[in-house]
Design a protein around this ligand. Structure first.
Ligand SMILES: NC(=O)c1ccc[n+]([C@@H]2O[C@H](COP(=O)([O-])OP(=O)(O)OC[C@H]3O[C@@H](n4cnc5c(N)ncnc54)[C@H](OP(=O)(O)O)[C@@H]3O)[C@@H](O)[C@H]2O)c1
Length: 411
């Protein structure tokens, strides 16, 4: 066994789920969600580096008499590898909200792979995700564990929404799907810190990614899978402008399509922000351009990092007003389908729900999910089982319309 770690069988473990990062903004929301919504039999713990704060949160949750208060506290720090190993060995699933992941993520994955423990996170950082695939996929497959990143708004609605859309088209013909994202959500200090760092590393990452693509090659892949080439355009059907969104989401959708037959023999995916007015489109593009430029130089990057502090986040009132809607238009095999995925505040209320339900899927639905292992996407690891959980928890997945079409691949 790697590094002399003895892997305990899942049944011997003290907890079903450990929430690492429970003292942070999103981690605390995850803890609130599990306490209120996990089945009473679920054994779960709060984890982080500050024992006193963790005990305080646990006391609050116990006093509030929620359905399922945490049964323990685990003290662990990213800079203390044995503490991470002990944490990973105490549970079936590690759920981590400790970011930025490019900085703090890898030791947690290492500990889970060593301990034979399933893992979920809410990163949206492509650099981190690619490194984890390169380093841990083969060992995680051998050990039959699942390492699943991007279990928040990045990228569950898009990944499961594209899967849901593909399931409504013939799987034996070329297929193209476009996702159009509309939202008014704001973000936390932790997200700001991760985004500024990711923008600063973007150029280096793009170079590495090109080399990685060459090295991986077709890798035995028979299905053609690629990003659609559409640029900014007006989509009459949605009464909106569509602007390509350079988030991690299309990469996750395309990874799922490489692994699952339901996406057909030739699959294209495009991912867009849906914007009502051309002035918002121009303003947004200028804002992102300025931010990107400032993130490239260490002094201006340091200033940007001071704008929003770790631990801060939108208030309950702000979150209550926030929403998201992702509309998917799919075409293939002479059929056309329009679907949508909807919910409330994407970044925090719904993200904490999504990752909590993903962890519950691994902890409680092991006999229902496919026997797939390694570094996986949410759709590949949990697919319909997670979608059904999310639907019960209030996230909408619905078919808007289905019809026969005259010509293929026009979106
Ligand atoms: N994909 C999505 O849709 C989405 C949505 C929301 C957030 N996120 C991501 O989730 C991450 C967390 O965001 P947030 O707003 O919750 O951040 P946050 O409030 O700053 O929380 C960060 C957490 O990490 C912990 N931490 C930091 N360094 C640590 C270390 N060395 N060892 C152990 N724990 C450590 C902090 O513990 P202390 O309290 O001890 O400092 C805190 O619990 C960010 O990367 C963000 O981008 C993604």
């Amino acid at each position: 066994m790697a590094r002399g770690v003895i892997v305990r069988p899942m049944t011997d473990r003290a907890f079903d789920i450990v929430v690492f990062g429970a003292t942070g903004f999103t981690g605390r929301l995850v803890a609130d969600y599990l306490a209120a919504h996990a089945p009473a039999k679920t054994k779960w713990a709060l984890a982080g580096r500050n024992e006193k704060t963790l005990e305080g949160i646990r006391n609050e949750l116990v006093a509030a008499k929620p359905q399922c208060a945490p049964s323990g506290v685990v003290v662990a720090s990213v800079s203390d590898a044995p503490s991470l190993t002990a944490m990973a060995r105490s549970t079936q699933v590690v759920l981590t909200t400790v970011g930025p992941y490019a900085e703090h993520g890898e030791p947690v994955v290492r500990a889970c792979v060593d301990a034979g423990t399933d893992y979920v996170d809410i990163t949206g950082e492509p650099e981190f995700v690619e490194k984890i695939i390169d380093t841990y996929d083969s060992e995680a497959r051998q050990k039959k564990i699942r390492i699943v990143s991007c279990c928040g708004f990045d990228s569950i609605p898009h990944d499961l929404g594209a899967l849901f859309t593909a399931q409504h088209l013939p799987a034996d013909a070329p297929m193209s799907i476009s996702g159009y994202v509309k939202s008014n959500g704001t973000f936390s200090g932790g997200t700001w810190q991760s985004a500024v760092r990711a923008m600063g590393n973007m150029r280096a990452f793009q170079k590495e990614q090109a080399a990685r693509k060459k090295k991986r090659g077709a890798n035995g892949q028979t299905r053609k899978v690629a990003a659609s080439k559409a640029g900014i355009r007006y989509v009459r059907e949605l009464h909106s402008w569509a602007c390509p969104l350079p988030t991690i989401d299309p990469q996750i959708v395309l990874r799922s399509a490489r692994d699952l037959d339901v996406y057909g023999p030739d699959f294209r995916y495009g991912h867009f922000a849906r914007i009502k007015h051309v002035t918002t489109l121009v303003g947004g593009a200028v804002g992102v351009g300025v931010l990107f430029s400032l993130a490239q130089l260490p002094p201006t990057r340091a200033l940007l990092l001071k704008v929003k502090k770790s631990g801060d986040g939108p208030s309950p009132e702000q979150r209550a007003k926030a929403f998201f809607n992702v509309t998917f238009i799919g075409e293939g095999g002479g059929r056309r389908v329009v679907t949508e995925v909807t919910g409330g505040d994407p970044g925090y209320t719904e993200t904490s729900k999504m990752i909590a339900e993903a962890a519950l899927t691994f902890a409680l639905d092991r006999d229902k999910i496919p026997a797939r292992y390694g570094v996986l996407t949410p759709a590949v690891a949990m697919g319909d089982v997670l979608r059904e959980r999310l639907q019960k928890a209030g996230i909408g997945f619905r078919v808007v319309r289905e019809e026969a079409m005259a010509s293929e691949r026009s979106n």
